[in-house]
Write a protein that binds this ligand. Structure first.
Ligand SMILES: [Zn+2]
Length: 63
């Protein structure tokens, strides 16, 4: 099985992801309601990462 975020090999410790990073990205996607179309686009992954960081650090974060 491969990581649904970046398609690397899944790490049993972070199943179904390859790392904590990708687990956070996935969480960010869920929190931002943007999980309808999983994408391998690096820009999308970057945006999801930012969403995950924002979700973890502050509930309200003006742009
Ligand atoms: Zn991954």
């Amino acid at each position: 099985m491969n990581c649904p975020i970046c398609a690397k090999k899944t790490d049993p410790a972070f199943r179904p992801f390859c790392s904590q990073r990708c687990a956070d990205i996935d969480l960010g996607k869920w929190l931002s309601g943007d999980y309808a179309l999983p994408s391998q686009d690096p820009e999308d992954i970057e945006a999801a990462e930012e969403a995950a960081e924002a979700a973890k650090s502050a509930p309200v974060r003006p742009h």
